[in-house]
Design a binder for this molecule. Structure first.
Ligand code: FAD
Length: 318
């Protein structure tokens, strides 16, 4: 079922989770056990990230190099199929512009349609590993709006070459929004205009980058509504529970951590104290977001479900 339909039918705010495929050589069982921890909270859908491959160039002598693609996290589609099969929960593969020409994208979309996926989360993608800037493939998309447009065209039966009586795909399209603005955008107004372009190109709902305060999220939603973005906007939630994350989360995701969270974790005398502070902070944040009548809460689990499970349990216990 389309995510927008699940949102429309909800009796209470939805809980959804994002997971990342295990690195090559690691077992899927760790991932299953992190999903298992969250099953009691009945997640409505699970999104699975996709990561651009790392290319290494190996010297093969005589001044020649060999291009070796190494896929760090293989298997987004395989993981989605495994999860859908095992848990019977709506599963949403992420699909990115990076590393794909439009033709390869079209083929990937046809495969996803044959596999029965009707929801996609559409992104430009991070720069390829080892690169500072995002570089599109020759004949690939530069922005998520272009990829959303290609999918929307296929939903109307328009493929890259004209095909007689072509079957229309049936994908519901989610895209990313950034309440603190995307790190490359000159300002939030400019980033919001590009968010609107994604919606105009065919996006059906938005999930945001992780938010750490309810008020800026509401202001973001208000500004989005003011420029005509009408689709559901779901806040992304990341429970920060240890001192290492105080450095890694802002560095990787370009977000600001509130002073209250930082000082509580910094002052914690044991890992258990620190985890408790993070869970308490996130539980209160979720409660404040729910007061804004958000359609759901989307938890970034990054392969570890425990902190999210504790937040959801604390909310249920209230
Ligand atoms: P876009 O919407 O294309 O925007 C990228 C930048 O370009 C922005 O600064 C925007 O303002 C600007 N821009 C857009 N259109 C134009 C235009 N026409 N002209 C000029 N500027 C423009 N990354 C992964 O690699 N894999 C994942 O699975 C993944 N999952 C994610 C899930 C969520 C919920 C979020 C919030 C992010 C995720 N990311 C993932 C990270 C994401 O790929 C990066 O943040 C990336 O840098 C931007 O992707 P986007 O789709 O938001 O890009």
């Amino acid at each position: 079922m389309h995510i927008t339909e699940l949102i429309a039918r909800r009796k209470q705010p939805l809980v959804s989770i994002e997971i990342t495929p295990p690195e090559k050589g690691r077992s899927i069982s760790e991932l299953f056990s992190s999903v298992d921890q969250l099953l009691p909270f009945q997640p409505t859908f699970i999104t699975v990230t996709y990561h651009q491959q790392r290319i290494v160039y190996e010297d093969v002598g005589a001044g020649l190099t060999k291009k070796i693609p190494r896929r760090k996290n293989p298997g987004t589609v395989g993981i989605c199929a495994a999860i859908a099969n095992r848990y019977k929960i709506e599963t949403v593969p992420h699909i990115i512009c990076g590393g794909f020409s439009r033709y390869e994208t079209e083929d990937a979309l046809i495969d996803l349609q044959y596999l029965g996926f009707t929801n996609l989360f559409v992104l430009r993608g991070d720069p390829a590993p080892g690169f500072k800037e995002f570089i599109p493939e020759p004949d690939g998309h530069r922005f998520a709006s272009e990829l959303a447009g290609q999918i929307a065209a296929m939903n109307c039966g328009r493929y890259l070459e004209a095909l007689d009586n072509a079957v229309s795909t049936d994908f519901c399209i989610g895209v990313a929004g950034y309440p603190e603005k995307h790190y490359e955008a000159p300002n939030l107004a400019d980033d919001l205009r590009h968010l609107k372009e994604k919606v105009d190109a065919g996006a059906d709902y938005i999930i945001t980058q992780m938010v750490f305060a309810a008020r800026p999220f509401r202001e973001f939603v208000d500004r989005a509504r003011a420029i005509g973005i009408k689709v559901p906007i779901i806040p992304g939630i990341k429970p920060v529970t240890n001192a290492k994350q105080l450095v890694s989360i802002p560095r990787e995701f370009h977000v600001d951590l509130p002073e209250e969270l930082v000082s509580r974790i910094t002052r914690a005398s044991t890992p258990a104290d620190s985890a408790r502070a993070g869970v308490e902070f996130t539980t209160r944040l979720c409660r404040d977001l729910l007061k804004q009548d958000v359609p759901g809460l989307h938890f970034y689990t990054m392969g570890k479900g425990r902190a999210t499970a504790e937040v959801l349990k604390a909310m249920n216990d209230e």
